[in-house]
Ligand binder design. Sequence first.
Ligand SMILES: C[S@@+](CC[C@H](N)C(=O)[O-])C[C@H]1O[C@@H](n2cnc3c(N)ncnc32)[C@H](O)[C@@H]1O
Length: 171
Amino acid sequence: MKVDKKEWESKLNNLHTRTKGITSEHQIDYKSLLKKVFIGESVLDVGCGTCWLKNYLKKSTKYTGLDAFISGKEIITQSIEEIDFNTFQHRFDTLFVFAALDGMMDLEKAFENMKAICNKNIVILTGINIQPDLYHTHLITEQLVTNLMDGFKQTHKTQVHEKILFLEYTK
Ligand SMILES: C[S@@+](CC[C@H](N)C(=O)[O-])C[C@H]1O[C@@H](n2cnc3c(N)ncnc32)[C@H](O)[C@@H]1O
């Protein structure tokens, strides 16, 4: 499942310039959800945006954000599909992908790369069964995620809302 790079960039530009910003997802209680999954010593927050998630991690957790469109002190500005593996000196215990799957360019490549740099588990918060719009590129389903997470086992699932799933997959 892949969209043209120009279409992806255009939709993500819409997302980053919309008046309500990229923070509408924050009505979700990240803190409670994070208590339900394993969090390793080093984490990579894929599609980190403003690094909101970091607020809910222990101070001792080694946090790195990755975002194709945002730069910052703790952020690697690369797309997950086109990451330069030389940038990473190590794998990350835990990967988070919160509210980002439905805005990616190439889902197969994104999952292939996420699995390649993950030591232990991948934690996903995603909208499901939502038609792509001005800001989103893919319709995500649980079955699609399970297929793409081939080789990992689903170790947690919370239906946060009719159209929002919180999932953990472990190696
Ligand atoms: C809706 S925001 C969510 C931000 C953050 N995860 C949160 O929960 O607050 C989605 C973010 O994913 C980023 N993104 C989208 N596609 C990406 C990709 N292929 N690789 C890396 N980042 C991506 C966008 O630039 C955007 O900042």
